[in-house]
Design a protein around this ligand. Structure first.
Ligand code: SF4
Ligand code: SF4
Length: 96
């Protein structure tokens, strides 16, 4: 493979990991600053930024305001923990 090459994921061919994942990443919405650092580092490409309003995430947003936080597709997340290592504010923790 060429140096610096980008591997593209074909989600349709990816195995679902939801049943055998040992640890699950949990996002603290009040800590997430929406920097998107974790998104390109996820080896399964299952992290996506979504807009949430304050009533949906309960913390870290002024009333009536929106906040972009990361969401994980747990059907495909394999629980590797890479996202927890790259988050600059430690907004993701691995839980059983
Ligand atoms: S634990 Fe691994 S596969 Fe799951 S969201 Fe984090 S980086 Fe992606
Ligand atoms: S790296 Fe951390 S702060 Fe940045 S979007 Fe991901 S969870 Fe949020």
């Amino acid at each position: 493979m060429e140096k610096g090459a980008i591997i593209k994921h074909d989600q349709d061919k990816a195995p679902k990991t939801g049943d055998w994942r040992y640890l699950k990443p949990e996002i603290d919405a009040s800590k997430c600053i929406g920097c998107q650092t974790c998104v390109p580092h996820c080896p399964e490409a299952v992290m996506e930024m979504r807009k949430r309003i304050e009533t949906e995430i309960a913390a870290g947003v002024e009333p009536g305001k929106e906040k972009k936080i990361v969401e994980i597709d747990f059907e495909y997340c394999k629980g590797c923990g890479v996202c927890t290592q790259v988050c600059p504010v430690k907004a993701i923790v691995m839980k059983k």
